[in-house]
Design a binder for this molecule. Structure first.
Ligand code: DX5
Ligand code: ZN
Length: 239
């Protein structure tokens, strides 16, 4: 079980915390406005969930929507970072499309590609940051031979496919394990948690080593995005 002594695995070099609203929970009829609203409310990066009704039992949005969003946001000062979470199989065919559409991070599930090293390389050669996503029952051993290509590790705290599911507590142990792997590597790798994150449990995830926090329903389902993001950040400051 996760316990308090694991907090010693959190190092002083840990990246600053990023809050990443998942637009899966946004109002798609007003998507551009919704994304602007969460950015104005203090979001650090936008989490863009891509589901294909094959790797996961749901269908969401693709590169055309990302391209429209990137264009819509281009008049804002500073680049709005786009964190593309691919829940698709196969993976490689879509990487180029998402690079062209403006992805800054592209993460995918190792089980969904035949050649993990090749897929990571495609992302990096395209100029984006690359990451692997681990389902609740997927082993971190997939990292063993590709750490030099990884810029982000995403730990799923729900089974992928739907927003609004309950946080799986065992993912805290997995976060702590991933944090130890990152620290041992000495590399600058973001550790992201995705699924069921709310103001009430975000501090636990941070204590276990996460530095990037996806939240869909907790933010877009709230009446005041700035209030919710500020409340989450306040929880993180107490760590
Ligand atoms: C699940 C997605 C998540 C999801 C998060 O497959 O990858 O990003 O949208 O939504 P909440 O925060 O509502 O669990
Ligand atoms: Zn996601």
């Amino acid at each position: 079980m996760y316990n308090a002594c694991m907090s010693t695995q959190k190092t002083t070099e840990q990246n600053e915390a990023w809050i990443a609203p998942s637009i899966l929970a946004a109002d798609f009829a007003r998507l551009g406005e919704e994304v602007e609203n969460v950015l104005d409310a203090g979001a650090d990066i936008i989490h863009f969930d891509v589901m294909d009704n094959h790797y996961v039992p749901n269908l969401s949005i693709g590169p055309l929507v990302l391209e429209s969003l990137t264009r819509h946001l281009s008049n804002r000062p500073g680049k709005a970072l786009m964190d593309v979470h691919l829940m698709v199989k196969p993976v490689d065919r879509l990487i180029g499309d998402f690079l062209d559409a403006g992805a800054d991070f592209i993460t995918f599930h190792p089980e969904a590609t035949e050649h993990i090293h090749r897929s990571l390389t495609l992302v990096k050669e395209g100029g984006a940051k690359a990451g692997l996503v681990f389902n609740p029952a997927t082993s971190l051993e997939y990292l063993d031979h590709v750490m030099e290509l990884v810029d982000m590790i995403l730990i799923m705290s729900v089974n992928p496919g739907f927003g609004g599911q309950a946080f799986i507590p065992a993912s805290l142990n997995k976060l702590a394990d991933a944090r130890a792997i990152i620290d041992a590597s000495g590399r600058d790798i973001r550790l992201e948690i995705d699924g069921g994150i709310k103001t009430e449990n975000i501090a636990q995830a941070a204590l276990a080593g996460a530095d990037t926090f996806v939240a869909g329903s907790a933010i877009f389902g709230s009446a005041d995005y700035a209030h919710t993001i500020t409340a989450m950040r306040r929880q993180l400051q107490h760590n």
